[in-house]
Design a protein around this ligand. Structure first.
Ligand SMILES: [Zn+2]
Ligand SMILES: [Zn+2]
Length: 311
């Protein structure tokens, strides 16, 4: 298993290096020569994004056509979600975020370190065992998933945060693209929390990228228009499309906050394993009392208005 991971990683790094070689002269030409290192990382994110879209189109899409929950009647909603996906996965969003936040992050972390903040690594507590590549990866997965569970609890429990997260829940047509529909401000907050957590628990950059990609693929799969549960034991092992659709239920959705593992829901009594593939969306939306927007910019604008208490 470790060899497989290593050879996959080598293959990916070789492609990343090749693409970067083509990009680098462009950076110099634009006078961005001192951003070479960041350009290399951005190339990696771009390639991973393309790989993800390929998996969606080649694997999850055919599954959706094989066992759909419901017919796709709202094609426009799906198209808008595809637009979100391209903005996020092609790294456009990350690029903007980078130029905005990276300088702030670097100086904040720099002063933390200068003040004696230790450089700590979660996987170092049992040298020789916990720092084995696969064990270390699973440890970080567990840690990040725990953080992601509480982030999601915050998105539902904190009034202002819910005004943004509501956009994600205002989806009556769930497909594999639905995971991408979020308020950009919400995306930024979540990204900041995850990047800070990565720094605090000391995950290696490549492991961090692999974790993010695995999480995003699993999340796309959970939102798919796919009539699929994992059975009595499987449902308790990994979040399934059925488990997450239940979280999106228009009738009663305040349970099943887990992102990858349903364990935190089980531990904190927020898990619901019964329930099937009912309709999704928000009660005030379905009742026609509140508009969450059809197009991408309308959705973003209405989210800001809700946040300011005017929507
Ligand atoms: Zn939610
Ligand atoms: Zn969701």
């Amino acid at each position: 298993m470790n060899e497989l991971v290593a050879s996959l990683q080598d293959g990916f790094l070789a492609v990343q290096a090749a693409v970067f070689e083509a990009v680098a002269p462009g950076l110099f030409a634009l006078g961005l020569g001192n951003f070479l290192e960041d350009g290399y990382a951005a190339t990696g994110w771009l390639l991973l994004g393309l790989l993800q879209v390929a998996v969606l189109l080649l694997v999850i899409g055919p599954l959706e056509r094989l066992r759909p929950v419901e017919p796709v009647t709202d094609r426009q909603a799906v198209r808008v979600n595809v637009a979100y996906a391209w903005i996020l996965r092609l790294g456009l969003f990350r690029l903007g975020l980078f130029f905005l936040l990276e300088p702030v992050f670097n100086s904040a972390l720099g002063s933390l370190r200068a003040a004696g903040w230790p450089t700590w690594h979660l996987d170092q507590f049992w040298p020789g065992v916990s720092d084995q590549p696969l064990v270390s990866f699973l440890l970080y997965l567990l840690a990040f998933d725990f953080i992601a569970y509480w982030v999601h609890r915050g998105q539902h429990g904190i009034h202002a945060w819910w005004q943004l997260h509501a956009l994600h829940h205002s989806q009556r047509q769930m497909t594999m693209w639905s995971d991408n529909r979020n308020h950009f401000l919400d995306d930024i907050v979540v990204d900041v929390v995850l990047v800070l957590a990565a720094q605090l628990i000391g995950v290696a950059p490549q492991q961090f990228m692999l974790l993010i990609v695995l999480a995003q693929l699993s999340e796309s799969f959970q939102h798919a228009n796919l009539r699929l549960g994992f059975g009595r034991w499987g449902e308790r092992l990994w979040v399934s499309p059925r488990f997450h659709r239940s979280h999106h239920s228009v009738v009663d959705g305040h349970h099943n906050f887990g992102v990858l593992l349903p364990w935190w829901d089980m531990l904190f009594s927020t898990a619901r394993f019964e329930g099937g593939f009912g309709p999704t969306g928000l009660p005030d939306q379905v009742a026609g009392q509140r508009d969450y927007g059809r197009g991408l910019w309308a959705q973003q604008w209405l989210g800001l208005k809700r946040l300011m208490g005017k929507g």
